[in-house]
Design a protein around this ligand. Structure first.
Ligand code: DAH
Length: 346
């Protein structure tokens, strides 16, 4: 009884110095483990009288419960302290952007393609579009087959790209792949855009690169019309160029749309009178688009008898070059800091 009387007190005194889980478990073992004083008492109980067994047994139980509840209290305390200290350590310095901005000319900034992409994403978000992403490494099905470009189709020639050794995977040639994944993952009506890098085995010159950027768009629903397509494209372009633009559609062929169009804008330099920028035509070709081909909808798990839609593929590099007056597309991936530093902006 004497041993039991002081056990909880002694335990409490030692507990004060414990602040690690391992130490706590050791302390618990020291008092109520197999080699501890409590089990010594229990072992000796055999030689006690029935009456003594009753009293000492009850007391031993009481001591054991008291120590166990002190242990679990302490355990919670330690866990909480550990969470708090890791929160303290992982604190995010939200003032970082300001300090970078304050550095002025020494600060970093976004690439012009990123700036234009974000601006266009914002315009589409304001019109109720989602922004989707897709993988750079694609398979034949997503890049060609599902977009109504079968194995032997001549349209594949225009999109020669980099194939992987397994002859099944390739670097995507266009962001239209995002259409396929986007359709499969949702039910109509929906509208989304998908910007990203695309790759083609091109001979490079001032307006051709092997890596460039597109922004795909798609809207599917009931009774979507060419009128809807024109409305969204006109709104987009007026927002980008910060003035009302006039657009026109010419027929254009892409296997994944029917009918397919080339959308031109009236030349912003000469207002359609004819100048060197529009090659004296008065119009500048800007954006291929069309009504989604029924086969493409079917590949996306959508019934073309019930739904239809439009799609477009905006060439981002061309827009970036027009916006900032860049005369050679090869600057974009040159990695030359003298070029990149001219676009510091967030
Ligand atoms: N994927 C086409 C290309 O890279 C561009 C394109 C044309 C996308 C028409 C579309 C579209 O969504 O409707 O050449």
């Amino acid at each position: 009884m004497q041993i039991l009387d002081t056990l909880v007190q002694d335990f409490t005194a030692e507990l004060k110095n414990v602040n690690k889980t391992a130490d706590l478990l050791n302390l618990k073992a020291k008092y109520i483990g197999k080699q501890g004083p409590l089990s010594d008492v229990m072992k000796n109980l055999k030689s006690a009288s029935v009456e003594e067994k009753k009293i000492i047994g009850a007391k031993a139980n009481e001591v054991k419960n008291a120590i166990e509840s002190l242990v679990s209290e302490k355990m919670q305390e330690i866990e909480l302290a550990e969470i708090n200290s890791s929160l303290e350590k992982d604190r995010i310095d939200i003032s970082l952007t300001d300090s970078v901005l304050n550095k002025g000319l020494q600060s970093a900034g976004f690439h012009p393609v990123t700036l234009v992409t974000r601006e266009i994403e914002d315009i589409f978000i304001s019109m109720g579009f989602e922004v989707l992403d897709g993988p750079h490494i694609e398979d034949d099905y997503h890049n060609f087959e599902a977009l109504n470009i079968p194995d032997t189709h001549p349209a594949r020639d225009m999109q020669d790209t980099f194939w992987f050794a397994d002859k099944k995977h390739l670097l995507r040639t266009h962001t239209s792949t995002i259409q396929v994944r986007g359709m499969k993952e949702r039910k109509p009506p929906f509208r989304f855009v998908g910007p990203g890098k695309v790759f083609r085995c091109e001979r490079t010159d001032a307006s051709h690169e092997m890596v460039f950027h597109q922004l795909e768009g798609m809207m599917v629903g009931k009774d979507v019309s060419v009128g809807n397509l024109i409305y969204f494209m006109k709104t987009l372009l007026s927002e980008i160029f910060k003035k009302e633009v006039e657009v026109r559609l010419r027929p254009g062929f892409f296997p994944f749309v029917e009918p397919g169009f080339e959308l031109d804008i009236k030349c912003l330099i000469c207002s359609g009178k004819g100048c060197s920028v529009c090659k004296h035509v008065g119009w500048v070709e800007l954006l291929p688009c069309g009504m989604v081909h029924p086969n493409v909808l079917r590949h996306g798990g959508i019934d073309p008898e019930e739904y239809n839609g439009f799609a477009f593929g905006l060439g981002l590099d061309r827009l970036v070059m027009m916006k900032y007056g860049i005369d050679d597309i090869r600057h974009l991936h040159s990695g030359d800091l003298r070029f990149n530093q001219q676009f510091k902006s967030f």
